[in-house]
Design a protein around this ligand. Sequence first.
Ligand code: SF4
Ligand code: SF4
Ligand code: SF4
Length: 354
Amino acid sequence: MEEKRDFSDLEREVIEKGKCALCGGCVATCRLLDYGYLSVDFSEERPVIREGQQCPPDCGYCYYQCPRVEKPALREGLEEMYEVVSTDEEIRRACQDGGAVTSLLAYALEDAIVEGCITVVDKGEWKPEVQVAMNKAGLIKGAGSKYTPAATLTGIADAILKYDLWSAALVGTPCVMSSYEKMLVVGRGTHNAHNFSSHIKLRIGLFCLGSYSYEKLMKGYLEHEHGIDISEVTKLQISEGALHVYAGEKEQLSAQINEIGDYKRDGCKVCEDFSGLFSDISVGNNGTPEGKSSVIVRTDFGKDIFEGALERGYIEAKPIEKSGADLIHRLMKEKKEAGIAEKERRKKLMEQLK
Ligand code: SF4
Ligand code: SF4
Ligand code: SF4
């Protein structure tokens, strides 16, 4: 019989190898969650076990949950692509692009499809914090990309244990979606003590080219190197190969993406998923003009939500232009290839060091 693995194996195989995506899945599924046994240390950007504690001998929930130990298998799905814009002016003003994510969530909340939405807000100085939004104001607070890790799946525990929700939407990067998929396929009834997997009804994945170390990008690069007051920044946007930093209408900085390459988290360098393949609906800003969102409907349930939001007038949509679809496919391919190449590079390096 295979020896049971535990957190020390997760540490050795994933965290210390620079593969951790900081999705928060291991924390949310820790068997001793109620005792705060496993948590995320945001200063180190890694999951940590409480000092001096030992895991129970028959556990390993965290290890088997982790999508970086073993990827979930991809299921056949749809791939319908649209160019979308929110019909709500307040949402459009607050959002990065077309406001599609916020409007789809607003529809799901107002139509009682979900009771709350797990998203990420800026808790000050662009430090990301997971929140459970229950209304439009909460959704607007969570609008816009943060580009630094939030361990979003820890929000599942909050949604269920703190707010007692029976049904929630989960918004996150592709790694969060794949970790949630692990909860569905591995967790249900086995290693997930709280059976969280049955509470998420809607999964919205966000296009992602990488997440950056908060200390390196926000403090080191923006604040110290460029003298930008982070508390005045109102929008961060990575588009067309550049990072754009705004304070109100004024663009404070536009930097080529390769200039901040060193600040990308190691776990992101081995990532192969750009578009959130394990989502019901994927959303991003690549492939559509400014002020619009690209939306990919991936499941039948995602289609119901998309069509419901369309029929009820929350969004306007048209099929994406071919050039937009081609760009998204190219980014998907390039990210997959880059992730595989980085894994190969690390493997060779390890062999040389043996
Ligand atoms: S899930 Fe189990 S093995 Fe993992 S950290 Fe929690 S108690 Fe330890
Ligand atoms: S990738 Fe996610 S589940 Fe794996 S160690 Fe990192 S935070 Fe935990
Ligand atoms: S690049 Fe991959 S691991 Fe990093 S935040 Fe995006 S989806 Fe997650």
